[in-house]
Design a protein around this ligand. Structure first.
Ligand SMILES: CC(C)(COP(=O)(O)OP(=O)(O)OC[C@H]1O[C@@H](n2cnc3c(N)ncnc32)[C@H](O)[C@@H]1OP(=O)(O)O)[C@@H](O)C(=O)NCCC(=O)NCCS
Length: 191
């Protein structure tokens, strides 16, 4: 997928003409990934943790979002016994709220379906209502609380599930989201 992300490139004063794409995460991306990680997470993953995730092969799928070749976001998925688990998703602060998280999650949900997952789950901080709104769009609903899951910041996690993602109905949900993304691109990122 390569589209001009005009809002990202023009509004934020980036180099003009930066193309947007989502590609599989590689070792060469990790320095930039960890730099974003350190900005957006209170307990960031280390480079070696990412390296070990990338070494896990077909049970994992990690992607980066690039604007003009620069890593601006990333997301990861673990798939096992018919369940997909969103392990991480992050967007550089200066590129947030421009639809990049939505595109990354669309990629993960599509990959989860392709790899035979029936259900998709994740944990999110109770206070992270922005991310919860994004997950809701993808059919995730709260299913429980993990007490003090983020012990370092003394915060509970909400466990969310999107069920029956292999169905045609869920496929239509993803198509609608993809159409919204495409419409956004045609409008030049909403300008
Ligand atoms: C959560 C995160 C990945 C979202 O990425 P993003 O690119 O900023 O999100 P998008 O622009 O694709 O947002 C899609 C929708 O999600 C919701 N949303 C995202 N961020 C939001 C916020 N801060 N406040 C309210 N709603 C928000 C909105 O419904 C938004 O649609 P809209 O802009 O058309 O209203 C990003 O904010 C981030 O990296 N946060 C820090 C790390 C983090 O919390 N990761 C999730 C851990 S579970």
């Amino acid at each position: 997928m390569t589209v001009a992300l005009r809002r990202a490139t023009h509004r934020r004063g980036q180099a003009a003409g930066g193309a947007f794409e989502i590609v599989p995460m590689r070792r060469r991306h990790l320095k930039a990934v960890v730099a974003i990680e350190q900005q957006v997470f209170p307990t960031p993953w280390s480079l070696s943790l990412y390296l070990s995730e990338l070494a896990m092969g077909s049970t994992r799928a990690y992607y980066v979002a690039l604007v003009g070749g620069e890593v601006v976001g990333y997301a990861g998925l673990m798939v096992a016994v018919g369940e997909g688990h969103v392990t991480t998703i992050g967007v550089s602060p200066r590129f947030q709220r421009q639809g990049i998280g939505r595109r990354l999650l669309l990629r993960l949900a599509t990959t989860a379906r392709e790899r035979g997952a029936d259900d998709l789950t994740l944990e999110v901080r109770v206070s992270n209502t922005g991310a919860q709104a994004l997950y809701h769009e993808f059919g995730f609903a709260p299913a429980g609380i993990r007490k003090n899951y983020y012990a370092e910041v003394n915060e509970d996690a909400i466990v969310m599930w999107a069920h029956d993602i292999a169905t045609e109905e869920y496929g239509r949900r993803l198509e609608l989201i993809a159409a919204r993304v495409a419409e956004h691109d045609e409008r030049g990122g909403g300008e």
